[in-house]
Design a protein around this ligand. Sequence first.
Ligand code: NAP
Length: 282
Amino acid sequence: MGTVIYGSELSAELKEEIRQEISWYTSRGRRAPKLAVILVGNNPASLSYIKGKKKAAEQVGIDLEVTHLSEDASQDELEAHIRICNEDPDTDGILIQLPLPKGLDDDRAVALVDPEKDVDGLHPVNVGRLHLGLPGHVPCTPQGIMKILERMGCDPDGKTAVVVGRSRLVGAPVARLLQNANATVTVCHSHTKNLKEICRSADILVAAIGKPEYITAEYVKEGAYVVDVGVNRKEDGHLCGDVDFEAVKDIACAITPVPKGVGPMTICSLMQNTLNAYRRKI
Ligand code: NAP
């Protein structure tokens, strides 16, 4: 059986390092880093994600402030709040909890955030920086995936990587990070033919599809590093990933579970990005 890499354990270690660094600053009289989260409406998933972010921020010593706008908030109202956060000298990071309710424009809102405070890494300037291989805020889930690969002992240099999924949030940026790390990358999506064969060629397989246990043992090369990003709810109410964990764990060299895999690393990367923004400012 391959090694099971728990993002929950790795993120606890990394959060402790973040906590220590923040405490070093605050014990010398500096203010704590501040993350402004803007939530519009009452999407239950968004509320639950924000709860997780609040808990992590408390653990590491980041001051997380949520502005909760009503479901019927206008684009102007939302943008006014973004401007306030952009201009506040004590706000280091800004996160707009996506998706926004219908009628609001996600892209316009994200593009209004000061790129230096865009700790989600979704602003076009940061997307551009990532694609040019320049320093900038890197989206949280892809950054967490790279940390997981490192913990697996996997150096992407010279390896064949297959990313299933091409979303802006996960698939596209993780493919770019893998390429920047000198992997030879193939990006697959819903129009890809011969997905099974392509996946079977991968030394590194990242599944970011959103389909329960879609990647079965037949998709995985013996000894591959498998990172499962998917979070899906099964009919029995349990969470599962995009990978059939039970079948694939015996083939993979290392694999992440769901839950306790990539998810905790996403929040940890948000804390890291906020600390990076704070460090640059002070
Ligand atoms: P998304 O925007 O819906 O993208 C899904 C991608 O999968 C698309 O590129 C789509 O192709 C591709 N796809 C769909 N069916 C496919 C198939 N049969 N064969 C090959 N490719 C297929 O989703 P996302 O935001 O990237 O998220 C993906 C999964 O990761 C979801 O389960 C989500 O909940 C989870 N997630 C987890 C975290 C975390 O922190 N753990 C963070 C973000 C997302 P097309 O482009 O052609 O439509």
